[in-house]
Design a protein around this ligand. Structure first.
Ligand code: ATP
Ligand code: MG
Ligand code: MG
Ligand code: MG
Length: 469
């Protein structure tokens, strides 16, 4: 059975044998791109190479890239622990061609990797192509020998990628694995495609156009390739398990959670184990890349992730701070592949312990208010936005923590009322500052900064176009 660490090297070695430069993962905080909250795909570090602004000494590259999809458009935070395939932090394996090979080369390399190196059976696989991409359709037939019904034409943005309003763009083709009818879900393009039966694991992007202006597109003189395969997803397929949380790495992290809390990870509280294991990785890698918990921007996403994990630790009955005790297990799993994790080990422990110690004082009180205020509510009811705001403002409960807590009972937070309460507080802050002797602009700025800490930066939301939010 191939473990996560082995699959990562198998991938990098295969592409290196095929003329690709092995390039290290870039940090989770994108360099040279203030508009993007976190690195959320392998191509991010190569953006300027694709557009031609930057030259490298290689035309082919392969990476295992650290990715975060929490915050911004690509926000999988709410899925984590509840779907079988979403993590906030994950590794994306990718091969890239900068004006070198194109569609045929990309499909050939991918197909040989999947069918020979990994020995996945063709009858369990199917692929999607963009609806008008006849070239990709015929290449899959020719190279992989798929029958027509295994190549699904998709007309939506799921299969058309663009870097932004202008710039490189093009159709994509994705590879799916059919896990059999014991798992719910329909094939890609069908109404129940969001189920887990057909697992998307590899996306091949064919950058062949340049979007010049809205409605105006020209062919790129040197088309390029960008691919991304989720390491944890391919590991699940190879290990014959139906969830990323059951791969070797997560089994051990979840085992550590179970041991530290003495709560069985196979029991009714399994979602808490999963959330804690995922959020531990995300928090640790963010701290290792220089993010510290704060009330705004990236630091606030980190704080939200840490606090959510802490609530789940509380649900498992942890009477003392828990997260910092799990760091050793994570470092022993991933420290070889990511030396920055080992270097930051004590900083990660300290950051988790400090945040957990601080938050515990209000967590317990806040949770009892949350329980009282929601006690009489039933599924479908809405939870007071005023109370959610009070929990945020006084008890440090990020809104999504409150939502996460109410979700298993089918209760939703009245977000409009939450926003109104937030706006009223902002207005009061502005008034208070006005009389303080500072200039009006300064006053408004600081008040906004304080309050808007909770607001995410949504500027760059086209990393990979997709239909879902
Ligand atoms: P999904 O439809 O399952 O949300 P996606 O279409 O958003 O995935 P892409 O943007 O195409 O994903 O990213 C390329 C690959 O990265 C995916 O095929 C998948 O293997 C992996 N991946 C994407 N999001 C996640 C995630 N949240 N957790 C783990 N792996 C992921
Ligand atoms: Mg997605
Ligand atoms: Mg998808
Ligand atoms: Mg995709």
């Amino acid at each position: 059975m191939s473990g996560v660490n082995q699959i990562r090297s198998t991938f990098l070695d295969y592409f290196s044998r095929n003329g690709h430069e092995k390039v290290a993962s870039s940090p989770l905080v994108p360099q040279n791109d203030p508009t993007l909250m976190f690195t959320n795909a392998g191509m991010v570090q190569f953006k300027n190479v694709f557009t031609g602004f930057e030259k490298r000494h290689y035309a082919r590259a392969a990476t295992a890239q650290k990715c975060m999809r929490a915050g911004g458009k690509h926000n999988d935070l709410d899925n984590v622990g509840y779907t079988a395939r979403h993590l906030t932090f994950f590794e994306m394996l990718g091969n890239f061609s900068f004006g070198d090979y194109f569609k045929e080369g990309a499909i050939e390399l991918a197909w040989n990797f999947v069918s020979r190196e990994l020995a996945l059976p063709r009858e369990k696989l199917l692929v999607t192509v963009y609806h008008d991409d006849d070239e990709a359709f015929s290449l899959w037939k020719k190279i992989a020998g798929f029958s027509d019904d295994r190549i699904i034409r998709i007309p939506t943005a799921d299969n058309f990628w663009s870097m932004g309003d202008v710039g490189p763009c093009g159709p994509c083709s994705e590879i799916f694995f059919d896990q059999g009818d014991s798992v719910a879900g329909g094939p890609p393009g069908s109404p129940d495609e969001d189920g887990d039966r057909f697992l998307e694991f590899w996306n091949l992007v064919f950058m062949q156009y340049e979007q010049i202006a809205p409605g105006e597109r020209a062919p790129l003189p040197r088309p390029s390739i960008d691919t991304g395969m989720g390491l944890e997803r391919i590991a699940a397929l190879l290990q014959g398990v139906q969830s990323v949380f059951e791969v070797d790495l997560f089994r051990r992290l979840i085992g550590a959670v179970a041991e530290a809390t003495s709560v069985d990870s196979a029991g009714p509280q399994a979602a808490s184990h999963r959330v804690i294991a995922d959020h531990l990785r995300a928090s640790a890698f963010l701290v290792a890349d220089g993010v510290t918990p704060s009330n705004e921007g990236r630091g606030y996403v980190l704080r939200r992730i840490m606090r959510r994990a802490m609530r789940h630790a509380q649900l498992l009955g942890a009477a003392e701070p828990l997260m910092h005790r799990l760091v050793g297990e994570l470092v022993s799993e991933m420290g070889l592949a990511y030396p920055e994790l080992t270097r930051a080990e004590s900083l990660i422990r300290d950051t988790l312990l400090t945040e957990e110690t601080r938050f515990r004082q209000t967590l317990v009180r806040g949770l009892s208010i949350l329980d009282e205020e929601s006690a009489s509510l039933t599924a479908g009811a809405s939870f007071s936005g005023e109370t959610a705001f009070k929990l945020y403002d006084t008890y440090g409960f990020p809104l999504d923590l409150t939502e996460d807590a109410l979700r298993p009972r089918g209760i939703v937070v009245d977000k409009a009322a939450f926003e109104t309460a937030m706006e009223r507080q902002r207005a009061e802050a502005r008034k208070a500052w006005a009389g303080s002797g500072e200039t009006a602009t300064e006053a408004v700025w600081f008040a906004l900064e304080e309050r808007l800490g909770a607001t995410e930066f949504l500027g760059y939301d086209r990393e990979k176009s997709e239909g879902q939010i």
